[in-house]
Design a protein around this ligand. Structure first.
Ligand SMILES: Cc1ncc(COP(=O)(O)O)c(C=O)c1O
Length: 487
């Protein structure tokens, strides 16, 4: 029987738009003769049809782009009501399996929609720890309009003071106060070109080439190239779900003669751990005793909705360089970070800034100051917390095993035996979802857990995240794939 479009000419090549958000693609569009056998499927008929759709899409019997029968046609051939088919299609549409196009019909969707962050192969990218940008687009537009209408722009056209203008330092101090509860002297706050630049400045200020740098055994990956650049030897320090282990820190410092520590005590990347208050005291006691200076990275701290345990810098302001940034809250494109620096190190950091940047881009710094001092940055932070909480709840429904602080924009997912982290990440990528295996975070070989980090904050649309997490959950429920070479 021909479908309602009278289109029964076999197979044809077409360009179609399944949805406005899906790019046009050339595909083989099978004719809509799909007729599932639902007689053996229990439960309501619409569920049986939806389940058959899911199975046939999963097995490839219904390929991407395949056109589905009209509601009326399928209802007639299955002997059910049109409403039953409509309900089944609606369910499949909600799960992202199919999509309708007015006037053209219903099609099997590409499970890899082009969403940011997405690479040019259309992968759902859960490997980038950024937060969805669309909520802040309007804020940026308004801030740019506000800036354009000001009559004091000439102040932004010159080389800035190397440690930023008084207003930009004041904004940095305000951001630190809003996110940690600490009152700090703006004279000690340096605007930087993002958190990464703040890390570079801080580490360069407290180390010399050839030194050892203590880091959590799993750490933010960019510390590795930075250590390479500064000629530092990374020394992993064991941690558990309470954070860094003070005894391990003490032993590692002694064994390697190390006097510098880089760590993330709040919402650690990648494990999501926030260091317990007693551990903080113990860690700082070790640092005092062993003469260790600390770089405290708090770029995710704004996501914790209370100030939480005291920052390390509050425990020992002379020993700790504290850094934060606006990248995860507002937008990484601002490239705005702040470094709170103990007075004896100020000159060295200023020299480093002068030698590398001359000073931070005043336009970006001004936008950032405006966001902070107007309250927009905090408004955004509150929205970010809600977004992350929703997405964490969504992830917990699908992946109950993911060990994560609900304030964190990523999950840390220990893999069940016999999965190996690299095999899992590879198998997942072959299904269109990218995550980061633990190897990226390990600073030494050996003892790397079989786990992956899954960033849930960056995908712009929650349905896309849902789709990606379902693919992930499905893979987890299947037998583990073997590595490629086994003979
Ligand atoms: C722990 C940590 N520190 C620093 C940065 C860099 O921040 P920014 O984008 O502000 O340079 C990141 C970015 O992912 C991060 O995860």
């Amino acid at each position: 029987m021909a479908d309602d479009n009278g289109d029964n000419s076999g197979i044809e090549q077409r360009h179609i738009f399944i949805n406005a958000d899906i790019v046009a693609m050339t595909m083989t569009e099978k004719q809509p003769h799909w007729l599932p056998d639902i007689s053996h499927r229990p439960g309501p008929r619409y569920r049986a049809i939806a389940a058959a759709l899911q199975d046939d899409i999963g097995s490839g019997a219904l390929p991407i782009g395949a056109k589905l029968p009209t509601h009326r046609d399928l209802a007639w051939r299955l002997g059910v009501t049109v409403g039953t088919v409509t309900r089944a299609y609606a369910e499949a549409e909600r799960s992202g399996l199919i999509g309708g196009e007015v006037g053209r019909g219903t099609f099997v969707r590409d499970p890899r929609p082009t969403e940011a962050p997405v690479d040019n192969t259309g992968i759902i990218d859960l490997s980038v720890n950024a937060l969805a940008q669309h909520p802040n687009e309007e804020r940026l537009r308004q801030a740019l309009l506000g800036l354009a209408s000001r009559n004091d722009l000439s102040g932004l056209m010159h080389y800035p003071p190397v440690n930023g203008s008084a207003r930009h330092r004041q904004a940095g101090a305000a951001w630190i106060a809003q996110t940690t509860g600490l009152t700090v002297d703006p004279a000690l706050v340096l605007p930087t070109a993002g958190g990464q630049n703040a890390m570079h400045l801080a580490l360069a200020a407290i180390t010399r080439p050839g030194d050892s740098l203590l880091v959590e055994q799993l750490s933010y990956p960019a510390v590795k190239p930075l250590a390479g650049l500064l000629d530092l030897r990374l020394v992993p320090v064991a941690m558990d779900d309470g954070g860094l282990l003070p005894d391990a820190l003490e032993q590692a410092a002694r064994a390697h003669g190390a006097h510098a520590l880089y760590c993330m005590p709040r919402l650690h990347n990648p494990t999501t751990v926030t260091q317990r208050p007693d551990r903080r005291q113990a860690v700082m006691a070790v640092c005092r005793q062993a003469g260790i200076r600390v770089v405290e990275d708090d770029v995710y701290g704004f996501l914790a909705d209370d100030a939480g345990p005291p920052a390390l810098v509050a425990l020992d302001p002379e020993r700790v360089l504290f850094l934060t940034s606006l990248s995860k809250n507002l937008m990484p494109g601002l490239r705005t970070g702040f470094l709170l620096c103990p007075p004896p190190l100020m000159d060295r950091v200023r020299t480093l800034l002068r030698a590398t940047l001359l000073g931070v881009n005043p336009l970006g710094a001004e936008l950032s100051a405006e966001f902070i001092l107007s309250g927009a940055a905090m408004e955004s932070a509150i929205q970010r917390r809600a977004l992350v909480a929703d997405r964490q709840a969504q992830a917990r429904r699908l992946l109950p095993g993911a060990a994560s602080d609900p304030a964190c924009p990523h999950l840390w997912l220990p893999l069940p035996e016999p999965w190996r982290r690299e095999d899992f990440a590879r198998a997942l990528l072959s299904r269109g979802v990218r995550v980061t295996p633990a190897d990226a975070f390990a600073v030494a070989r050996g003892d790397t857990p079989h786990a992956v980090r899954v960033c849930i904050g960056g995908v712009e649309r929650v349905e896309v995240l849902e789709h990606g997490l379902r693919i992930l959950a499905d893979l987890l429920s299947e037998p583990a794939a073997m590595g490629e070479s086994f003979v």
